[in-house]
Design a protein around this ligand. Structure first.
Ligand code: AMP
Length: 502
């Protein structure tokens, strides 16, 4: 198998003349042209020394050629190393040293930060298309062959390269089409989120149905940008992190611009709390689906399909909305104690997962691989519980569990309450070492209110909604909370910010 076969499949389903890649409203490649260019580029990569089993790194923001390079790399039997374009030079250097790519591609804006890369539109890039037409089909590789070497976001510690194989990407594609959204033939997929993360993988279910990959012509994620694209590409889907969803909803409400023609927004990567999910669906319509995954099992641990999500909203089924859904097609989930033994329904433990979409371990890191994947299960580091309906609800990261006065506090439970306050746009709850409590529950919220008046209101809300010992001992109000290049709140930075003041 080779995951790049999905490109040929898309062409069979829709025909060579169908649009495969677009920038804004403009089609830049038909299926026929894309296949021809991918074949040429694969011949160019081979001429430049790329062999099956090698790695090719991409350090660039979204652009149509990104998808061409991904496909051409797979065509040659090599693997893609997607690097987030927002990373700092030191972070990039760590990843490149570990991945040891044969070639690196970069966009002109990042060329100075990565002088060893081949910049898009440079003579070296153009010359790669000067080689023969290249093989008519992608190189046959095993389902276990490395396809996508994804470096974890590193909110804790050094990034590790999760080795995702062709079989895992096929399992992700199949499960998307059964468990997330059954895409009609020709569905457009909009890529607002970085192709170096989940959005890049969502090119695959789109190719499988002969769809069109649409890259916004200009950077931006405002209702007006989304509306312009969905009007031109009706029935479109896209992946968005919850922060993007919340921003879109707020702006749509204040501007009155409501994107029409949208089919599905798939969100994941962080929680979208029920109140936000309801507001989002009230504003944008019944368009939401959710996935839960991590770099080691990308987009594939659990899912809530668009239809199930919509039904839950109508039935006011809050436990469903609070959950991340049921196991993804082929994935098996266990809630386990510290010895990996299964815990009964309803009890909180670490979420373990195994199945065809789980990666093969970390590159160059047998110790971390044994710790995380030993015993045949991926230890996600997430805490969760399964209910009688088989729904998984996450309770936070195991490393984030706060133990205060001997009692466990799961940050997510407190964050959910804080986010229900209308003036709070983001919330993070952490444990700060404390002489009496062991750890003191401490809240950080993003708001434009001042702390003197907001903190008592938040305290009253917490005391009304959760046990007294869970209520934060201190509230810190900020304009915004620090995020990493992937949009996740960096709790370490928050803890450090108050510790350095003590
Ligand atoms: P990453 O490897 O950077 O994609 O981060 C994965 C982590 O994000 C998971 O281990 C979870 O802690 C969190 N996460 C992913 N999807 C969801 C979701 N749908 N709801 C809540 N948290 C999520």
């Amino acid at each position: 198998m080779n995951i790049a076969l999905l490109l040929l499949r898309g062409a069979f389903r829709r025909g060579d003349a169908a649009p495969a890649l677009a920038e804004g409203a403009r089609v830049v490649r038909s299926y026929g042209t894309l296949i021809e260019r991918v074949r040429r580029l694969s011949a160019g990569l081979t001429a430049a020394g790329v062999k099956p089993g090698d790695r090719v790194a991409l350090f660039m923001a979204n652009r149509p050629d990104y998808i061409e390079i991904m496909l051409a790399t797979w065509w040659t039997g090599a693997a893609v190393v997607p690097v987030n374009a927002g990373l700092a030079p030191d972070e990039l250097a760590v990843i490149l040293a570990d991945a040891a790519p044969r070639l690196i591609f970069t966009s002109p804006d990042l060329a100075a930060a990565c002088p060893q890369g081949i910049a898009m539109d440079s003579p070296a890039w153009m010359a790669l298309f000067d080689h023969g037409p290249g093989p008519v089909a992608p190189m046959e590789v095993s389902a276990q062959a490395l396809a996508w070497l994804f470096f974890t976001s590193g909110t804790t510690g050094r990034p590790k390269g999760a080795m995702i194989h062709h079989g895992a990407l096929m399992a992700m594609t199949q499960g998307f089409l059964t468990d997330v959204d059954t895409l009609p033939v020709g569905t457009p997929m909009l890529h607002f989120a970085p192709l170096s993360h989940g959005s890049g993988l969502y090119t695959l279910p789109c190719f499988a149905v002969g769809g069109t990959q649409v890259l916004p012509a200009a950077p931006g994620f405002r209702p007006v940008d989304v509306a312009a694209l969905t009007e031109h590409w009706p029935g479109a889907c896209f992946f968005a992190a919850p922060t993007m969803v919340r921003r879109l909803v707020q702006q749509a409400r204040s501007s009155g611009i409501l994107p029409t023609g949208l089919r599905t927004i798939i969100y994941g990567g962080a929680p979208l709390y029920p109140a936000d999910a309801r507001e989002a669906a009230d504003t944008l319509g019944p368009v939401f689906a959710q996935i839960y995954g991590q770099g080691e099992s990308p987009m594939t641990i659990t899912a809530q399909s668009r239809d199930a999500f919509t039904a839950a909203l109508m039935q006011e089924d809050d436990p469903f909305l609070q959950s991340v859904g049921r196991p993804f097609l082929g994935s098996d989930i266990r809630i386990a104690d510290a010895d990996d033994r299964p815990l009964p329904t309803g009890e909180i433990g670490e979420v373990l997962v195994r199945g065809p979409a789980v990666c093969a371990g970390y590159r160059n890191d047998p110790d971390a691989t044994a710790r995380t994947f030993g015993g045949g299960w991926l230890r996600t580091g997430d805490l969760g519980r399964l209910d009688a309906r088989g729904l998984l609800t996450l309770e936070g990261r195991s490393k984030e569990l706060i133990i205060t006065g001997g009692s466990n506090v799961y940050p997510i439970e407190v964050e959910t309450v804080l986010l229900d306050h209308p003036d709070v746009t983001d919330a993070a709850v952490v444990g700060i070492p404390h002489p009496d409590w062991g750890e003191a529950v401490t809240a950080f919220v993003a708001s434009d209110r001042d702390a003197a008046t907001l903190a008592p209101e938040l305290d009253a809300l917490c005391r009304e909604r959760i046990a007294r010992f869970k209520a934060p001992k201190a509230y810190h109000v900020r304009d915004s909370l620090p995020g990493n290049a992937y949009g996740k709140i960096v709790k370490r930075a928050l803890v450090a910010s108050v510790q350095s003041r003590n």
